[in-house]
Design a protein around this ligand. Structure first.
Ligand code: CMP
Length: 223
C-alpha cells in the first residue's frame, strides 16, 4: 500500500517539490478512500475536517441556487486537490462535491494538513499557485458569462476541456471525452437541448468531429 500511495503522490502538484522524507510523512497521514460514482463527498455549508486529493477519477464542484438550480463550477481530475478552502479559512464548505465517476481519494485530516503546511513550505507555494490558477479560471468564466452568448461560452468550454483533459493524437488533432450534455449545460448556464444542438452545429462552424462521447478538435484551435 505504501508503494501505491507513493506512486499516486508522485502525480500530485501540491506535493511535487517534496523530497522522499517529506513524501513519506504525507504517506503516513493520507488515507486512500474509494468512492462510487454519483456520491456526494460533502455539501456546501458543511463543517470541514479534511482535505482531499483526487488519486483517480473525476469529481464535480457544484453550487446550488436558492431555487434548486445547479451550477458546476468545475470538474477536477487525478492529481488535483479540493476541500482546502474551508480548512484555510476555518469556514464551512464553499461548494458541494460529488463524484462524476468512481474515484479514489486521498484524505488528509485538518490537523495533519496544517502540520504539513507548517513543515513543508513548498506545499504552501504550490497551493498558492493552484489557488491563483483557479482564480484566473474563475475570472475567465465570469467574463464569458457576462459577455459571451451561449455559443461562445460552449466553444470556450470545449476548448478549455481539450486543453485540460484532451489527448494529443499526434496528427494535428486532440480527442477529449465530453461530460454529459446535461453537465455541460450546468457548467455554462444553458439547457441540455441547446448544448446538443450547438455541439452538432460546431461540426460545420468549427470543424469539430463528434463520435459518441468523444469530441475531436484541431490542435490549431487550442492556441
Ligand atoms: P472547500 O470550500 O473546502 O469545499 C469545496 C471545494 O471546492 C473548495 O474547498 C475548493 O477546493 C473547491 N472549489 C470551490 N470553488 C472552486 C472553483 N471555482 N474552482 C475549483 N475548485 C473550487
Amino acid at each position: 500500500m505504501t508503494e501505491r500511495l507513493l506512486q499516486l503522490l508522485a502525480g500530485v502538484e501540491l506535493f511535487s517539490e517534496l523530497d522522499s522524507d517529506d513524501l513519506a510523512k504525507v504517506v503516513t497521514v493520507a488515507q486512500l478512500r474509494p468512492v462510487a460514482k454519483d456520491v456526494t463527498i460533502f455539501h456546501a455549508g458543511d463543517p470541514a475536517d479534511a482535505v482531499f486529493v483526487v488519486a483517480s477519477g473525476k469529481v464535480k464542484i457544484v453550487v446550488t441556487s436558492s431555487d434548486g438550480k445547479e451550477f458546476i463550477l468545475t470538474v477536477l481530475g487525478a492529481g488535483q486537490v479540493f476541500g482546502e478552502m474551508a480548512l484555510l479559512e476555518s469556514a464551512p464548505r464553499s461548494a458541494t462535491v460529488t463524484t462524476a465517476t468512481a474515484v479514489e481519494l486521498l484524505v488528509i485530516n485538518r490537523q495533519d494538513f496544517h502540520h504539513l503546511l507548517s513543515t513543508a513550505p513548498s506545499i504552501s507555494r504550490n497551493l498558492l499557485a493552484i489557488l491563483s490558477r483557479r482564480l484566473r479560471r474563475a475570472n475567465s468564466k465570469m467574463e464569458s458569462l457576462a459577455y459571451m452568448d451561449v455559443a461562445g461560452r460552449l466553444a470556450r468550454y470545449l476548448l478549455d476541456l481539450a486543453r485540460d483533459h484532451g489527448q494529443q493524437l499526434g496528427n494535428g488533432w486532440v480527442v477529449v471525452r465530453r461530460p454529459t450534455h446535461s453537465d455541460i449545460a450546468h457548467s455554462i448556464g444553458t439547457s441540455r437541448e441547446t448544448v446538443s444542438r450547438l455541439i452538432n452545429e460546431f461540426e460545420d462552424s468549427l470543424g469539430l468531429v463528434n463520435k459518441g462521447k468523444y469530441t475531436y478538435i484541431r490542435e490549431s484551435l487550442l492556441g
